[in-house]
Write a protein that binds this ligand. Structure first.
Ligand code: NAD
Length: 504
């Protein structure tokens, strides 16, 4: 049923991880993990059906009292051990991530895996830092205090673009706060989520605290979101599926965390360092082949710098090395699948009718024709209301548009339904300050675009969703605040009873 190809520590025993053990799915459908660099099937598995999701939720529910009742220090210790286990397995995790996603090995090993290890260590620390209002006599007759309690069983659904990091972002704050989790990774990329769960079990995370169900969205995903024993749904993925999840979650009034699509603007003012802006735009547009929800997708460049910026970006894009993602010299790997590559290509083809494709705009031939590759693409002259400027493409495609005054630049940047990330490029502290205030996004970079850090929150506004990943803000997302209020008077007839009894 499974084929192991080159990666030591590939998951074995099936694509479900329930109650601390791998097992095969009972959904009745076989599914393949395909290396998008070659089109070859690298792993096959049986998908999860509703019965597997029920078993995983049951396991998480059974593990909840023990895990929620463990002290923060105990949870912290186990998570530190998990960080060490992940660090030991770093090379295997990076290779598996590259195999299933096609992302360059220098990205997997330099960003995805170390970022996950750091995140794990961060949440090991965060587990011991519950915060809230001070206990006090806010009414003279009562003492009040706040408890931060776990929410229960968390059902999480993750995308394929950063499978290991997304699994970590969903699982870590939840379990650090004392919840138990059932995660459904993307059916395209389950390998590193399963390896993460294995590492957690080996680190001593009790059985049932972290469960993985691998199946399709409409079957396993919907069953998990609608499940009555799941207290919260945490979803990262497209805005369209996020809407569906919000509808489903309404049936059981679930708490929701939605990290959705993006269409990040990249605003270059006329005093910017042109070399920095051009390099920043190319790196931020092409990271992970543009399959990054915060990727730079729309560059707005103030008129005096516009022509030079277009030339510099086109030149840099033309020099990017596409190739075998396992080769450390490769800059850009394939897209996640041939279907997705064709969707990106179709958007660029339609753009030719209303804009200019300055560079790229095609799939490479030769040896790379066997993979889902697409050349770095720069589009100029697309109207603000066109598909290329408004719609999330999720590929190595950057649209560039000119603007005149600062008001216009910021207004155009804010003019899409999304609000996940944005950047402004300027050497003027007041322009930078204004951009930080006025760009409508969950994250605004000044003179950079893409970096993230475990201590700081990631999450969007508008159609990009709500809630935060990473940082103590995400830890708080997975706790519920309870107010406990003590009477201090010990009198039977309390003063406020007058509102019911009058002077009787
Ligand atoms: P997707 O929405 O197609 O799928 C995401 C996950 O949802 C997958 O596991 C999928 O199986 C599942 N799913 C699909 N239909 C479902 C349903 N009806 N019910 C329950 N689950 C369902 O997204 P994708 O193509 O995997 O990932 C790309 C998208 O993710 C992009 O839009 C990108 O912007 C977004 N994303 C956002 C962030 C963020 O932090 N905001 C981060 C990464 C990716």
């Amino acid at each position: 049923m499974e084929h192991v190809t080159g990666v030591v520590g590939m998951p074995s025993g099936g694509a479900q991880f329930i109650g601390g053990e791998p097992r095969s799915g009972t959904g009745g459908a076989a599914y393949s993990v395909v290396d998008p660099a070659t089109g070859r099937t690298v792993w096959t598995y049986e998908t999860a059906g509703p019965g597997d999701v029920d078993a995983a939720v049951r396991s998480a529910k059974e593990a909840l009292p023990g895990w929620a009742g463990a002290s923060p220090g105990e949870r912290s210790e186990v998570l530190y051990r998990l960080a060490a286990q992940l660090a030991e397995r770093a090379d295997d995790l990076a290779r598996a991530e590259t195999l299933q996603c096609g992302k360059p090995i220098k990205l997997s090993s330099g960003f995805d895996v170390p970022g996950t290890v750091d995140n794990t260590a961060f949440f090991a620390g965060a587990a011991r830092h519950l915060e809230g209002k001070a206990a006090a006599e806010y009414s003279p007759d009562h003492t009040s205090y706040v408890r931060r309690e776990p929410i229960g069983v968390i059902g999480s659904v993750a995308p394929w673009n950063y499978p290991l990091q997304m699994a970590a972002w969903k699982i870590l704050p939840a379990v650090a706060a004392g919840n138990t989790v059932v995660l459904k990774p993307s059916e395209l990329t389950p390998l590193t989520s399963l390896m993460f769960a294995r590492a957690a079990a080996d680190a001593g995370v009790p059985a049932g605290v972290i469960n993985i169900v691998t199946g399709t969205g409409p079957v396993a995903g919907e069953h998990l979101v609608a499940h009555p024993d799941v207290a919260m749904t945490s979803f990262t993925g497209s805005t369209a599926v996020g809407r569906r999840i919000a509808e489903l979650a309404a049936g059981t009034v679930k708490r929701l965390h939605l990290e959705l699509g993006g269409k990040a603007p990249f605003v270059v003012f006329d005093d910017a360092d042109l070399e920095a802006a051009a390099h920043g735009a190319v790196a931020a547009a092409l990271i992970n082949s543009g399959q990054d929800c915060t990727a730079a997708t729309r560059a707005y460049v103030q008129r005096p710098l516009y022509d030079a910026f277009v030339t510099a970006v086109a030149d840099l894009m033309a020099g990017v090395r596409l190739g075998d993602p396992r080769d450390p010299a490769t800059d850009l790997g394939p897209l996640i699948s041939f279907a997705h590559r064709d969707r990106v290509a179709a958007i660029v083809e339609r753009a030719r009718t209303y804009a200019t494709v300055v560079t790229g705009g095609e799939a490479p031939g030769g040896k790379l024709a066997a993979g889902a590759y697409y050349r770095p693409t720069l589009i100029s002259g697309a109207p603000q209301d066109s598909e290329a400027v408004q719609r999330e493409i999720f590929g190595p495609v950057l649209a560039v548009l000119p603007f005149d005054g600062d008001d216009q630049g910021l207004a155009l940047a804010n003019d899409t339904p999304y609000g996940l990330a944005a950047s402004a490029w300027t050497r003027d502290v007041y322009r930078a300050g204004r951009a930080g205030r006025e760009l409508a996004a969950g994250c605004v970079w000044i003179n950079d675009h893409i970096p993230i850090i475990s201590e700081m929150p990631h999450g969007g506004a508008k159609f990009s969703g709500f809630g935060k990943d990473m940082s103590t803000y995400s830890f708080e997302e997975y706790t519920q605040v309870k107010h406990v209020m003590y009477d201090n008077t010990a009198v039977a007839r309390k003063d406020w009873h007058r509102t019911v009894f009058g002077d009787r």
